[in-house]
Design a protein around this ligand. Structure first.
Ligand code: ADP
Ligand code: F6P
Length: 324
C-alpha cells in the first residue's frame, strides 16, 4: 500500500511563465484543504539543493493569482542533472519530511521529477512553459498569456509598419518550437512565418513574396520570425537591399514571458495545481498533468517524455492563403 502523504513541496523550474503563481496558489490551498502541510521550495532544484524551503500557509498565496512570474523564483541547476545532485535532493526532501513534490516547469524539469520519483519522493509535474512544446498536452501554463502579449505587440508594430509602408521582421520567443510564431502568424495576418521546424533558409522566397505583395498594393509586410531562427537584424538588412523596401527588425524578447495571466491561464493553472495535489493524495507518483481532447488528464512521466509533438502542418499551410 502507498505511504500516506502528509507534507508536500512545490517548486517552479526552467523559464518562468504567467500562470505559475496561480498553480502555486492552487497547490497550497488544495493541499491545505486536504489536510496536508505545504512547503515552498525556492529557485527550482537549485533551491532544493540549497535547502531554501519555507512553510506555506493559505495567506502566503494571497494576491498572486493575477501576477506574472513566480513568487517561488525559478532557476536552472546543473548540479541536479547529476546522480549525486539528485540523491542529495531526495535526501533533503526526506529530511524536511516532504513526501511529494509538485514540479512546475517544462520537459527538463520533468526529467528532474522523474529522478526524484525513482529515489522514493512522489512527484507530479505541471506543464509550465510559454513555448507550448510539451508533447503530452495541448495546453501549457503561460502560452495563452504570452501569445496574446506577442499578438498585441505585433499589432502595434503593424500600425507603424503600414504608415511607413515598410516590411517588419518581428522575432518572437521559441528557441526550439514555433508555436508562438505560428499562432501569431495566423492571429496577426502575417505575410510570412519562419518556424524552427520548417524554415529552409531560402530568403529569395521571402524577397519574391514581398515584391509580389507590393505590386498588388500591400502597404505593410509582416514576417514573424521564431527566436530559434533568429538573426532578424541582419535578415532585415539583406531583405531591404534585395527588395528596395525599407525593412525593420523588432525583437519582442522577454516581455513575452511577463505580465498578468489571461483568464485561461489562471483557470487552467489553478485546475492543474489542484489536480496535482489530488493525484499525490491518491498515492500517485511520476505523473504529469496534461490537457488533452477537452479534459484534464495525467500521464506517466516516462511516457510523456517519449511523446513527440510537431507544429500543425494544416495551420502552417493555410497561413499563406489567409494573408493574400
Ligand atoms: P524546462 O523545464 O523549461 O524544460 P530546463 O531544460 O532548463 O527547463 O530544465 C530545468 C531544470 O531541470 C534544469 O536546470 C535542471 O535542474 C533540471 N533538469 C533538466 N534536465 C534534467 C535531467 N536530465 N535530469 C535531472 N534534472 C534535469
Ligand atoms: O520560456 C521558454 C523560453 O522563452 C524560450 O522560448 C527561450 O528560448 C528561452 O526560454 C530563453 O530563456 P532564458 O532567456 O531565460 O534563458
Amino acid at each position: 500500500m502507498a505511504k500516506e502523504i502528509k507534507t508536500i513541496g512545490v517548486l517552479t523550474s526552467g523559464g518562468d511563465a504567467p500562470g505559475m503563481n496561480a498553480a502555486i496558489r492552487a497547490v497550497v490551498r488544495e493541499g491545505i484543504a486536504k489536510g496536508l502541510k505545504v512547503k515552498g521550495i525556492k529557485r527550482g532544484y537549485a533551491g532544493l539543493l540549497a535547502e531554501e524551503i519555507v512553510d506555506m500557509e493559505a495567506k502566503d498565496v494571497s494576491d498572486i493569482i493575477q501576477r506574472g512570474g513566480t513568487i517561488l523564483q525559478t532557476a536552472r541547476c546543473m548540479e541536479f542533472t547529476t546522480p549525486e545532485g539528485q540523491k542529495k535532493g531526495a535526501e533533503i526532501c526526506k529530511k524536511h519530511g516532504i513526501d511529494g513534490v509538485v514540479v512546475i516547469g517544462g520537459d527538463g524539469s520533468f526529467k528532474g521529477a522523474q529522478k526524484l520519483a525513482a529515489l522514493g519522493v512522489n512527484t507530479i509535474g505541471l506543464p509550465g512553459t510559454i513555448d507550448l512544446d510539451i508533447a503530452c498536452t495541448e495546453y501549457t501554463i503561460g502560452f495563452d498569456t504570452a501569445v496574446n502579449t506577442a499578438m498585441e505587440a505585433i499589432d502595434k508594430v503593424r500600425d507603424t509598419s503600414t504608415s511607413h509602408e515598410r516590411c517588419s521582421i518581428i522575432e518572437v520567443m521559441g528557441r526550439g518550437a514555433g508555436h508562438i510564431a505560428l499562432w501569431c502568424g495566423i492571429a496577426n495576418g502575417a505575410e510570412d512565418i519562419l518556424l524552427p521546424e520548417k524554415y529552409d533558409y531560402d530568403e529569395q522566397k521571402l524577397v519574391n513574396n514581398i515584391i509580389e505583395k507590393r505590386q498588388r498594393g500591400k502597404k505593410h509586410h509582416i514576417i514573424i520570425n521564431a527566436e530559434g531562427i533568429g538573426h532578424s537584424a541582419s535578415m532585415a538588412k539583406r531583405i531591404e537591399a534585395a527588395t528596395g523596401v525599407e525593412t525593420r527588425a523588432t525583437i519582442l524578447g522577454h516581455m513575452q514571458r511577463g505580465g498578468s495571466p489571461t483568464c485561461k491561464d489562471r483557470v487552467y493553472a489553478s485546475t492543474m495545481g489542484a489536480m496535482a495535489v489530488d493525484l499525490l493524495c491518491e498515492g500517485k507518483s511520476n505523473r504529469v498533468v496534461a490537457y488533452s481532447h477537452g479534459d484534464f488528464v495525467d500521464y506517466d512521466i516516462d511516457e510523456a517524455l517519449a511523446m513527440q509533438k510537431g507544429i500543425s502542418e494544416y495551420q502552417y499551410e493555410i497561413c499563406h492563403n489567409l494573408s493574400k
